[in-house]
Design a protein around this ligand. Structure first.
Ligand code: SF4
Ligand code: SF4
Length: 244
């Protein structure tokens, strides 16, 4: 078992706007492209052009179509990646210490040299945010592009996660959620940003901004969902979608 460090003051993370994400998968592609040739082993694919393709992705987008009784169908796009939890069960369950949370900025990482591929962390993560690389035999996950954000060889505007840099609608934001005055913290406060499945006690750092209600309440954000209680990701999504 691996101990968690004391909560860091700096909490780097993402704020994802469910109102403006259009499900284009540009963030998925940018993430795969950057992380295929940098931090850790490449992200493998199996049967990429065959009948049953699969592969390792650190960021995925799920799209759901809603059909209200009295209106046109709506689509909600839901990007999913590691939320860099403060109370990360994937870290405490790791038998080798391969999974760890950085004290200085709160990023959760995997030391691939120490990973034995047992998969316990994937079992422990309630968000399905870990990916076992079938070829490398080690666990992969979002690194918040730790090899970009501090990289002084890159132009300053590129020192953000690849997904944030590439999103064509500006639906993804990166910053310090431990600083209440940061741009991302202010955005969360203004838009009623919420954490995913708070009942799990994982204290995720990432936040989601709710989709705005349609119809008569079109200009009002949906009520913050932080108080919602669901039994799992599917239940949480059901409750989110019921708001439309
Ligand atoms: Fe761990 Fe999952 Fe939380 Fe990421 S989202 S820190 S993988 S429990
Ligand atoms: Fe730790 Fe790797 Fe096992 Fe996950 S798969 S619990 S990171 S050793």
């Amino acid at each position: 078992m691996t101990a968690l460090p004391p909560p860091s003051k700096v909490k780097l993370g993402l704020v994802i706007d469910l109102d403006t994400c259009v499900g284009c998968h540009a963030c998925v592609t940018a993430c795969k492209g950057w992380n295929d040739q940098g931090y850790g082993a490449p992200l493998s694919d199996q049967d990429a052009y065959g009948a049953e393709p699969c592969g390792t992705f650190l960021n995925r987008v799920h799209s759901y179509e809603l059909q209200p009784e009295d209106g046109p169908a709506e689509v909600v796009n839901f990007p999913r990646s590691c939320l860099h939890c403060d109370n990360a069960p994937c870290v405490t369950v790791c038998p080798t210490g391969a999974s760890y949370k950085r004290a200085e900025d709160g990023i959760v990482l995997v030391n691939e040299d120490a990973c034995i591929g047992c998969g316990l962390c994937a079992w422990a993560c309630p968000y399905g945010a870990r990916e076992m690389d079938a070829q490398a035999g080690v666990m992969k996950k979002c690194t918040l592009c730790v090899d970009r954000i501090y990289n002084e060889n890159l132009p300053e505007e590129d020192r953000v996660p690849a997904c944030v840099r590439t999103c064509p609608t500006g639906a993804r934001h990166f910053g310090d959620l431990g600083d209440p005055a940061s741009a991302v913290s202010r955005l969360v406060a203004e838009r009623g940003g919420f954490e995913l499945m708070p009942e799990m006690g994982t204290a995720p750092v990432n936040r989601y901004l709710p989709p705005r209600a349609k119809g008569a309440a079109a200009t009002a954000p949906l009520a913050p969902l932080v108080e919602e209680r669901a039994t799992g990701l599917a239940g949480w999504l059901d409750r989110l979608l019921e708001r439309f």
